[in-house]
Design a protein around this ligand. Structure first.
Ligand code: HAM
Length: 466
């Protein structure tokens, strides 16, 4: 409490986080409902893992030199001395849970989904938060490219259900350790003589993770990249077949895709398939976006999703329309073993819910909030008390209701009833409360009738039908 003349501090949500207010929840819940329904239909079961994990899980799983692990994790030591991290992504925790709970003994594949929030200490800007939400899908225990295709298909179904049909999927294969290690050597040899022309970040990437040289957004690096050897040309037979089949599935399903040989993504666990799904942001939404303030983190990768075309990265002046990476993922055949399980092929992806909701809102596709069917108006103490039973009758009958129990005057309550758009008001005064009746008022005409309370549900059902 503020003392004497001391002014109370007014708090705001921490930088890069946001509240989802009741008015926003209508859209958020509709979106989450679609995600739950699609997941369940395609045989995915919900999994929830802790908000924090052993820091080493992400170091081992996501990779020590990735931007996420090196720059963006919220890590802390507990009072007991454990090193923990707020989860920056969901795949390593789900892989850990799969191994820890012996899910390899269940019929395979095990298909899991999550709707959770994640934490990255990234530079906040439009579509990029420090706490954000993802809808994730993971298929564990299947090596066939049909699983990669299914994950992509399920994400695109959500977009189509919401009438967002102008998406494009970028796909690439980054091979397996067998084909990647000779390729890495070739790439390193190519870049060694061109180091001087690269940006500072890329000179660092050259030492730590040369594959990431392929996704830099700096123009001078993009020029050098043009003649770099491409992994797609050097895939081993197994990876080449896997990729060819995946593309065949995508074509069969008529999913619009583009090959992006420079798509490597920002997480080290990927093998073979990597993909990213883009939508265009309307120019007006971008123009309305305030420039990110300050910034205490130099990270420039789009939420770990690293493609040269990835948008929302805030580098350079905003173009007239920008593409936004809405979902991304790939195959991770070695991750489960890396976090303590048996070797298990797996793949998956995650969709950023803030970005999805933002696009829906910008394009004016916000669902209409359903109006309550009735509004309960009470007058006097007895009516207030008796009213609860009536409200329960409505709830059990599935008839929606709004009320304003804090108000006493009938006029002000009817005004609210009008504002919320309820077609019927139920008025309970002292007299009605005593003789077991209720006044049913049709809001549009003002016509009223008094009916026994035990006939209310039946009468309402009949009237609402019309
Ligand atoms: P990711 O590409 O880092 O992949 O994130 C997936 C999606 O989450 C992005 O496409 C973006 O829409 C959203 N996202 C990422 N960072 C932010 C942020 N800071 N603010 C708002 N939205 C963000 C992964 O996280 C992998 N675990 C996906 C995966 C699942 N791969 C295999 N299975």
């Amino acid at each position: 409490m503020a003392k004497g003349n001391e002014k109370a501090k007014s708090f705001q949500s921490p930088r890069g986080t946001h509240d989802i207010l009741p008015a926003d929840e209508v859209l958020w819940e509709k979106v989450r409902d679609s995600m739950r329904a699609i997941s369940v239909f395609y045989g995915f079961e919900r999994i929830e893992t802790p908000h924090f994990e052993d820091t080493d899980l992400f170091v081992a799983g996501v990779g020590r030199n990735t931007d996420i692990v090196a720059k963006e994790m919220y890590s802390f030591k507990t009072r007991g001395g454990d090193a923990l991290t707020l989860r920056p992504e969901g795949t390593a925790p789900v892989a850990r849970a799969y191994a820890e709970h012996g899910m390899m003994n269940l019929p395979q594949p095990v298909k899991l989904y999550y709707l959770d929030s994640f934490f990255r200490h990234d530079k906040p800007q439009r579509g990029r938060y420090r706490e954000f939400h993802q809808w994730g899908l993971e298929v564990m225990g299947d090596e066939s490219p049909v699983s990669d295709a299914e994950v992509i298909r399920v994400f695109t179904l959500l977009l189509e259900d919401w009438n967002l049909k102008d998406y494009i999927i970028e796909v690439n294969s980054i091979g397996c350790p067998v084909c990647r290690s000779p390729y890495r050597a070739q790439l390193t040899a190519y870049y060694r003589s061109r180091l001087r022309g690269l940006c500072r970040d890329c000179r660092e990437r050259f030492r730590e993770n040369p594959l990431r040289l392929l996704d830099c957004k700096e123009e001078r690096c993009a020029i050098i990249r043009k003649s770099a050897p491409q992994l797609l040309d050097k895939l081993c037979e197994s990876c080449r077949n896997h990729f060819r089949l995946l593309l065949e599935f995508l074509e069969e399903m008529k999913i619009p895709y583009a090959l992006n040989p420079h798509l490597v993504r920002g997480l080290d666990y990927y093998t073979k398939t990597v993909f990213e799904g883009f939508l265009e942001e309307p120019a007006k939404a971008i123009a309305a976006t305030p420039e990110p303030v300050g910034g205490d983190n130099a990270a420039s990768v789009d939420g770990g999703a690293a493609t040269p075309a990835a948008a929302g990265d805030g580098e350079g002046p905003p173009p007239s329309a920008k593409r936004l990476a809405v979902f991304g993922g790939g195959r991770y055949d070695n991750l489960i073993e890396l976090v303590g399980g048996k070797p298990t092929p797996a793949c998956g992806g995650a969709l950023g819910i803030e970005r999805f909701v933002g696009i829906i809102r910008d394009r004016g596709k916000v669902p209409v909030v359903p109006k309550p069917k009735t509004f309960f108006v009470q007058l006097g103490e007895l009516a207030k008390k008796k009213g609860f039973r009536l409200m329960e009758d409505l709830r059990h009958a599935g008839i929606s209701m709004a009320e304003s129990l804090g108000r006493d005057s009938i006029r002000s309550q009817l005004k609210v009833a009008d504002r919320v758009g309820a077609p019927f008001a139920l008025i309970l005064g002292q007299k009605e409360a005593l003789d077991g009746t209720v006044i049913l008022r049709e809001m549009s005409s003002g016509m009223q009738e008094t009916i026994p309370q035990d006939k209310l549900v039946e009468t309402l059902r009949r009237k609402l039908k019309h």
